[in-house]
Design a protein around this ligand. Sequence first.
Ligand code: ARG
Length: 588
Amino acid sequence: MSSAGVVPLLGRVAAAVSEAIARVRPETADADPVVRRSDRADFQSNAALPLAKRVGLAPQQLGADLAAGVDLTDGVIADVKVSGPGFLNITLADSAVWETVAARLADDRLGVPTTEDGQRVVIDYSAPNVAKEMHVGHLRTTIIGDSLARVFGFLGADVVRANHLGDWGTQFGMLIQYIDEHPESPWHTEELGSDTSSVSALDSLYKAARKLFDSDPGFADRARTRVVALQAGDPDTVARWREIVAESEKSFGAIYDRLGVLLTPDDYVGESFYNDQLADTVTELVDKGVAVDSDGAVVVLSEQVTGPDDQPAVLMARKRDGGYGYDSTDLATIRYRIASLHADRLLYVTDSRQALHFQLVFEAARRVGWLTDAIEVDHVAYGTILGPDGKPFKTRAGGTVRLMDLLDEAVARVRAVVAEKNPDLSSAELDTIAEQAGIGAVKYADLSTSRVKDYSFDPDRMTALNGNTGVYLQYAHARVCSILRKAGAATPAVVDSAGPLEPAERELALALDGYGTVLAEAADALEPHRLAGYLYDLARAYTSFYDSCPVITADEPIRSNRIALCQLTARTLALGLGQLGMAAPQRM
Ligand code: ARG
């Protein structure tokens, strides 16, 4: 359902300054009011400086004219002063601040509008590879993609979660052939459980098959024949392939459950799904002159990017042997998402090493006419996870780090931290909290760093109680809940907008009022860390408020007004943590 939301005070002030500009200087009515939060007053407008240049006036003079032109009659703005070279310092009416708190508290969505209403957003994320174990490399795409899916969903978009599983390709011919030739392999002998052991087995088989493929030309030939059989739909081969895919999906599902991400089996649309669209896709590219023959292969030569040899960068639409690969599939995928899913926006969440690949896919899709200016497309690129020592993340033995092991480690750390702080918790309660906070810590460490940067996976740091961590934020939320329990405040407090407003209350109220603005920015820039940073600042604004403004012992109407602030803080923190994909326990 669409919602217009509560207009943030920042927006109301900006509108008032815009009106003043239009009144004072109608010829510049389009000018940006340049309003932002300020330490000197509630807001500051820097509009006069660039405008003065435009109209040939002294900025101070123009500032004074604008200040006089701001309408104070609707009760939102109490005072406007000119300072320095023409800044406007703008102070809100106390009642307007309290009214906004009341309006947000009364709304299910805390007054956040559905700005993405009706937009179909396809988010390609997670996308682990079948027959391989999910490793630390798939953590970021899963966490970032999940948060974006939640944020866009909350903003009213029709989100399509696309888990582009690597479930197709020549490697499956090799693997199936190997399994068939090795009746002693665990694939035949072991009971296939619901846990991840069968995928570990697959992972080893895969490595063994690869080794044999590289060393034994006879096996390589039989493997190639097997690929052809798979692609031609040979029933036995396809049955074995399905078995392998199903086992892998089960183990991915176990990780998704543990991480608490939104992905379900309905979202699994792997590479194999596009198999029967590949030939048509290539034909269309050739017919429209975008793909050309090159030594028997069909390629798209970039008009924008050149490689190190000064030759155009190449996208392989069809290989010389007639086969299709990763590039071909992504061409068919973008075509399908636009033509059949009617996407308005396409997001691809993968690490930054795939930047060139996606740049080439987008360019080809534009040239062939699938991708138009009406459709937004982004490669949501992210940096690498490093070990605590700042070097590429490896196990002690030098292998890739399994995702489940990492999660176990974080949960164990948090369990120790919480148990120490809270010796009274029962073991069952401790388990639940440790799981929520441990997983939350991992997610928050990822989502609070700027996406494009590399970061170190450091269980000690990410589970600290103080500083910018997930555990700190969850504690902050639990603390507000505990105060509300003590105050006996079960229903939304009634706000008296004529009540007094202390500076710390004012800071907190203005911070709370900014949630929707930050959320829109995070969606716009595809940067969940803006939301994380906001929540951290909010938690600190709450702490300052709580230190200087007693809640439970205050007299009315102050008490109710403060309870309203606590309630809005708890709900904003819970909503924000939820949009980062984190739990917000009521007790910790
Ligand atoms: N399976 C790939 C990998 O593990 C990621 C796929 C990303 N999505 C896409 N449409 N290419 O690297």
